[in-house]
Design a protein around this ligand. Sequence first.
Ligand SMILES: Cc1cc2nc3c(=O)[nH]c(=O)nc-3n(C[C@H](O)[C@H](O)[C@H](O)COP(=O)(O)OP(=O)(O)OC[C@H]3O[C@@H](n4cnc5c(N)ncnc54)[C@H](O)[C@@H]3O)c2cc1C
Ligand code: SF4
Length: 510
Amino acid sequence: MNGGTLRIVLGDQCSRDLSALAGLDPARDTVLLMEVQAECTYVPHHPQKIVLVLSAMRHFSRALVARGVRVDHVRLDDPANTQSFRGEMLRAVARHRPDRIVATHPGEWRVLQDMKGWEAAAGIPVEIREDTRFLCSLPRFRAWAAGRKSYRMEFFYREMRRETGLLMEGDEPAGGKWNFDAENRAALPKGLVPPPPHRFAPDDITREVMDLVATRFGAHFGDVAGFAWPVTAKDARAALDAFIRDRLALFGDYQDAMAAGQPTMFHALISTSLNAGLLDPMEACRAAEAAWRDGSAPLNAVEGFIRQILGWREYVRGIYWHLMPGYAAENALGATRPLPGFYWGAATSMRCVAEAVAQTRDLAYAHHIQRLMVTGNFALLAGLDPAEVNAWYLAVYADAFEWVELPNTHGMAIHADGGVMASKPYAASGAYINRMSDYCGGCAHDPKQATGPRACPFNYLYWDFIARHADRFAANPRMAMPLRTLAKMDTAKVAAMRGEAARFLATLDG
Ligand SMILES: Cc1cc2nc3c(=O)[nH]c(=O)nc-3n(C[C@H](O)[C@H](O)[C@H](O)COP(=O)(O)OP(=O)(O)OC[C@H]3O[C@@H](n4cnc5c(N)ncnc54)[C@H](O)[C@@H]3O)c2cc1C
Ligand code: SF4
């Protein structure tokens, strides 16, 4: 091209309104998309996640070309591919000789550090623009976080409600309350079968990518054959519409429920689309708000859904960029145990864990409560090494990008940040899983037993966890209740449970 701007679109930036594309001059500019091996393997990503990203990129390239944009799309199987962002950026600069590079802020600290070195490497200016696809800019989040000792999502969320006007009636929250979470904790009643989610049959482009991924990354944990995620903005909108129509009304009630053979429950299945840039978060919130206003979904469902996107999703991104890189290195509970093989599909007698891992392998998906209260809770109680736990969550879910995966795992699930995000650890015994699911019925363990051959591991691990960290938790008023219960327990019973825990944990280490 000689001159003009080289505009970079990363794999999770397949958005028409991407800031890197603003001001694009079709006569002079080139858009560069880079499929590179290094990004597929720095953790062993689930094959479905790789298909999602590569197929979304290929569809996005095609849409840009159809709009008359000049696109340089480097394919993974191009023999000249250097297989790294930097290598491909430099090759593209040599090919096109642009005056400058424009990119959008990436979703990972690691990639941002690399990009910051591009200007020196390429010898031309590199502009990294704000990612305007989020509802809260990074400077806005920093202003909110400045001077706070702790960062509670609920206060952030209220400010976002006021700023966006979502679910507001004048200055007041719709329905007189900011948060309807207390109404969103029912277990799934027998006989209620959640409607199956909309599935998207792979087209020719996706099938070609599936073959490529199966050949190159067949050894990664996960099944590629069941791929059915949206890979275009049109399909992402169809997924959102299907959710609003079929599942939103009961999303709230059963948000925390789990059931064997029901991997998706009433959840939206839109995180892959939001995170890859195929769906606009405000569009999703507005669609849910409209369903409440027209009477097709109740407020507890709609508020619960909007809180996840306007609250949690924006908040975790803010936390990530505010606290990285130190955040990832924290290990407040001194957890060091390696990840057991059953996270990668080895047999386990714990049915809840086996179900969550099996569906993760098949679908690259588990819903929030499975991630938090089954695999996450186990990792917390068993003291699994945060670096290994984080790498697992980043690898196995199709929606996993570090800005959203890390705070959820490190902060919410395993409390490795010592309480920056959550005021107390999300630790629970088998009683919680039994109340919120039907897993325990078909399990080799008994959720009502804490010692003995059929005891539920979550029970003795829970009390061992509380006892192990009792000194630390003593300063936390929100941990007063479990500590009081522990103190009142028969010492022989506590010793027996801790003995079971030690024996069980030794089997993991062996
Ligand atoms: C340990 C752990 C790891 C997680 N890793 C990821 C991840 O890598 N990528 C990811 O997108 N989400 C992650 N989450 C958050 C959440 O579990 C997923 O967003 C959700 O399960 C996606 O499925 P869904 O679209 O059906 O969501 P729904 O339950 O239907 O929620 C709707 C939308 O709200 C947003 N949302 C909900 N909860 C959260 C949350 N806690 N943080 C951020 N956004 C949220 C998502 O965009 C989601 O699509 C993680 C949660 C935990 C506990
Ligand atoms: S009994 Fe324990 S291990 Fe088995 S499914 Fe229930 S909570 Fe999980």
